[in-house]
Design a protein around this ligand. Structure first.
Ligand code: HEM
Length: 390
């Protein structure tokens, strides 16, 4: 499905299978997104979250759209130094369309195109298979995602007006190593397509995941007003009425951290991760798994396992309070950022965006149930979407 949508197995992280390209792309992303290298992005995260609050206060009925705008502005500023002006911005349209490609394309391995990959070669007039039709529609947007913002950074660099960004940094690094290009190895050689692919993966992998996680948080604040109040009380006691949370306050706000962790546990937004294909034969707990098998890790099920979590379907941030402090000492969730060699390289950036988003929303907003025309509260009946992200 991904390949027909236009994700390139040589340059699009997530679908690169192995070898030199995987090594190179993981290195580019991991190096740029270490905890230390994410610190300069904190200002952007704080600024954009505060804009989110203003937008929600001015049009609360559009809160979900405002969350999407937040996630889009974050990836555009961090990935390319692009400041989005409004929701009609062409970059927002590209982000929205590629986000649909991921969230509406069906769960990994579940579509006709996944099961019978040969159908991707059917002619373009063949429209009877919905997954094939959908994948073809996504293709031009996936191409735009890789080309349009990259060209913007190149033009801005030529004009001397480019803002700091992941793409700018990689283009500058490449310029530095160009004079000794004969000496560099294949895994160091970075071409335009590598930079477009790596930046595209920030754009696409960092967007839906962030706003969907924040949506899971809002849902649970609506459904659990007493938890919302407890979080607000903690923020008030630490910050008072006059300041907004910053990353410097994080250690003083343990309950906010528990809410963040409980949001990841209760509703991991990439519940089945990205399927991993075994490069070599392996054994796990006595099962032998041959090379070439697809292994799907179900983070959703792991984080609702009754052996580790009491009342696992309930949203209970208190479950993480340590035993020595009188709590249950249940473990923080696992797998919501994936596993092993392919674990999410944006983990520190993603976690920081979610943390500052949740802390600032709790400090400034009150979430409650909408009311029908007769004034009765409407209890949300949430439904997950069926794509890779949800
Ligand atoms: C709340 C935020 C996020 C969540 C929950 C999340 C979750 C995930 C998960 C579950 C995977 C699959 C890992 C695996 O296969 O084992 C993944 C992969 C990935 N994520 Fe994230 N992510 C988030 C934010 C980000 C951000 C901000 C970026 C970029 C800056 C990013 C970049 C990537 C990339 C490039 C991959 C593919 C890695 C590979 O193929 O080796 N993610 N993410």
């Amino acid at each position: 499905m991904c390949f027909r949508q236009g994700w390139d197995p040589r340059y699009s992280m997530g679908v690169i299978q192995g070898g030199v390209q995987l090594k190179k792309h993981r290195k580019m992303l991991q190096k740029a997104l270490t905890p230390n290298n994410c610190i300069p992005y904190r200002e952007i995260q704080q600024e954009e979250v505060r804009k989110l609050i203003k937008r929600i206060i001015s049009t609360p009925e559009n809160w979900r759209e405002h969350m999407q705008t937040l996630a889009t502005t974050l990836v555009l500023r961090i990935g390319y130094g692009i400041d989005v002006q409004d929701k009609d911005d062409p970059y927002v349209e590209i982000a929205d369309k590629t986000s649909d490609a991921l969230s509406k394309g069906g769960a990994p391995g579940s579509t006709a195109l996944d099961v019978f990959p040969f159908i991707r070669h059917l002619p373009s007039w063949f429209k009877l298979i919905p997954s094939l039709k959908f994948a073809r529609e996504c293709n031009s947007w996936v191409t735009k995602l890789h080309e349009v913002p990259f060209q913007f950074v190149q033009q801005e660099m030529e004009a001397g007006t480019a803002k700091p960004s992941f793409t700018k940094k990689l283009l500058e690094e490449r310029r530095e190593i160009e004079p000794r290009s004969e000496l560099i190895t294949d895994s160091e050689l970075i071409i335009d397509a590598d930079i477009k692919g790596a930046a595209g993966s920030i754009y696409v992998a960092g967007q839906d995941t962030t706003w969907s996680t924040l949506t899971v948080f809002v849902l649970n604040m609506i459904l659990n007003p007493q938890i919302q109040e407890k979080g607000q009380e903690e923020l008030l006691s630490v910050l008072g009425h006059d300041s907004l949370p910053t990353f410097a306050d994080r250690d003083k706000l343990p309950f906010v951290d528990y809410i963040v962790q409980e949001t990841f546990r209760w509703g991991p937004v990439v519940p089945l991760g990205i399927p991993h294909k075994l490069a070599v034969d392996d054994t796990y707990k006595g099962y032998s798994i041959p090379a070439g098998s697809l292994v799907i890790a179900n983070a959703y099920a792991m984080n609702r396992d009754e052996r580790f979590y009491s009342d696992p379907t309930a949203f209970k941030p208190d479950r993480y309070i340590a035993k020595e402090k009188g709590g249950l000492g249940e473990p923080y969730p696992i797998g919501h950022f994936g596993f092993g060699r392919r674990v999410c390289p944006g983990i520190h950036l993603g976690l920081a965006s979610v943390w500052i988003g949740i802390a600032t929303m709790l400090a400034t907003l009150k979430f409650s149930k909408a009311k029908d025309p007769e004034g009765n509260e409407i209890t949300p009946d949430p439904k997950w979407s069926t794509g890779l992200t949800r």
